[in-house]
Design a protein around this ligand. Structure first.
Ligand code: IFM
Length: 438
């Protein structure tokens, strides 16, 4: 199989058309419309207006020579309210998109959940409530029934860590709740949602995790890394691929929750055959153990997003950073690819996101340097035998960067949000050439 070169986006970040053709609000509509939650009060109401411009956007992808495109489906667009019948007009949009992609020989990778939970399901308890997992499985069937004749590659969830720990832990993401026990319950129900959805999908099915890569500041900080690895990585990898929760995670979090939300049989449901693992990599962090809970916001929103490990903190390193403030450390990607392969493999892997935000510029040489350094690491991992099957650059175009609104630009295509004009940045030309010469 040839290596797949792709780019990725997500529904709420690019589609706009928030109230069009029967779509109902998601938690991100509610959150972004709540004053103080998103920088400059921006929302995804219009975003890149991709809902009305998808045909042109697919032509752009074709011009770049993309072999694959990873996009997500907006749950409240295809199943308004999160339960009940499908909304045909919403499904038609994705059906057209898939047809347009296939006509250009671009393989669609469909993410079912990239954070836009129907608001009604949040009102009923959100991810900390068990029923949400069952609702998700039903929604997965709706999408599969509509697109499964043409879509072969499915990603159940994008970055469930963010959904659980930024959504219900730190509250920096929608729905903006802040409770460690709820965050852990949400993580479990996201795992369960994945497990319930997989048997309803056909073809190649995986999940995209934002695995965290940590270094200890000194050897005596090894326990800081172990703790964050447990609640950041193994909380998903172990149940999904091994059918259990790590004992040290249960210990570390015993003061936060008794885990009684895990019911008999759940772990067997969660561990489903997985065709691939998607890895989203951006940065790595140096961490140390403190002697008391931290109350500041660290690089990774420590401490509230790390229930049970509130005394671990991030140590800033003297490394170049992207516009997100994230340290640039491509070696972390190599270490992570090797680790996942050795510990959880053999399993086909995809980089389902990698990229960088930089201030608005069309001549984005820094982004090219970032991408080049990370792609070199991918080459090295492949040369070592890591079964890396493809790379999806984040992101195809500038878009709504969640709590940062439009202030952070990740695209290789520049978007003028007033005119909606798309302009290829230097990185887009560079990526097209990289694909051509691969
Ligand atoms: O924009 C996000 C994306 O939605 C999920 N992964 C990280 C990206 C950059 O923050």
């Amino acid at each position: 199989m040839t290596f797949l070169w792709g780019a990725a986006t997500a529904a709420y970040q690019i589609e706009g058309a928030a109230n069009v053709d029967g779509r109902t609000p998601s938690i991100w509509d509610t959150f972004s419309h709540t004053p103080g939650k998103v920088v400059r009060g921006e929302t995804g109401d219009v975003a890149c207006d991709h809902y009305h411009r998808s045909a042109d956007d697919v032509r752009l992808m074709s011009k770049l020579g993309l072999g694959a495109y990873r996009f997500s489906v907006s749950w409240p667009r295809v199943q308004p309210g999160g339960s009940g019948p499908a909304n045909q007009r919403g499904l038609d949009f994705y059906s057209r998109l898939v047809d347009d992609l296939l006509a250009q020989n671009i393989t669609p990778f469909v993410t079912l959940y990239h954070w836009d939970l129907p608001q009604e399901l949040e009102d009923a308890g959100g991810w900390p409530a068990r029923d949400t997992a069952f609702r998700f499985a039903e929604y997965a069937s709706i999408v599969h029934d509509a697109l499964g004749d043409r879509v072969q590659n499915w990603i159940t969830l994008n970055e469930p860590w963010c959904s659980a720990f930024l959504g219900y832990g730190s509250g920096q993401h929608a729905p903006g709740r802040s409770n460690g026990a709820d965050a852990l319950a949400a993580a479990h129900h996201l795992n369960l949602a994945h497990g319930l959805a997989v048997p309803r999908l056909s073809g190649s099915v995986g999940i995209s995790l934002n695995l965290h890569e940590f270094l200890p500041e000194s050897p005596s900080d090894a326990d800081a890394v172990r703790r964050l690895d447990a609640v950041g990585n193994r909380i998903f990898l172990d149940p999904l691929l091994r059918g259990n929760y790590p004992a040290d995670l249960l210990d570390d979090t015993s003061g936060v929750t008794d885990w009684s939300f895990v019911q008999d049989g759940d772990l067997a449901l969660i561990k489903q055959p997985m065709s691939f693992l998607g890895m989203n990599y951006y940065t790595r962090a140096l961490v140390k153990l403190g002697d008391k809970p931290q109350d500041g916001e660290g690089l990774h929103h420590l401490p509230t997003s790390w229930p049970g490990s509130e005394h671990v903190t991030v140590v800033e390193r003297d490394l170049p950073r992207t516009d997100m403030g994230w340290e640039i450390d491509p070696e972390g990607l190599l270490v992570q690819l090797r680790w996942v392969n050795e510990k959880y493999g053999p399993l086909p892997l995809y980089i389902t996101e990698n990229g960088a935000a930089y201030p608005e510029a069309v001549d984005d040489q820094e982004r090219i340097a970032y991408l080049d350094s990370h792609l070199k690491v991918c080459d090295q991992a492949r040369a070592e035998g890591v079964p890396l099957k493809g790379y999806f650059l984040w992101s195809l175009m500038d878009n709504f960067e969640w709590a940062w609104g439009y202030s952070k630009r990740f695209g290789i295509v520049h978007v003028d949000y007033d005119s909606q004009a798309r302009t290829l940045k230097a990185s887009a030309h560079w990526y097209a050439e990289r694909i051509r010469s691969a």
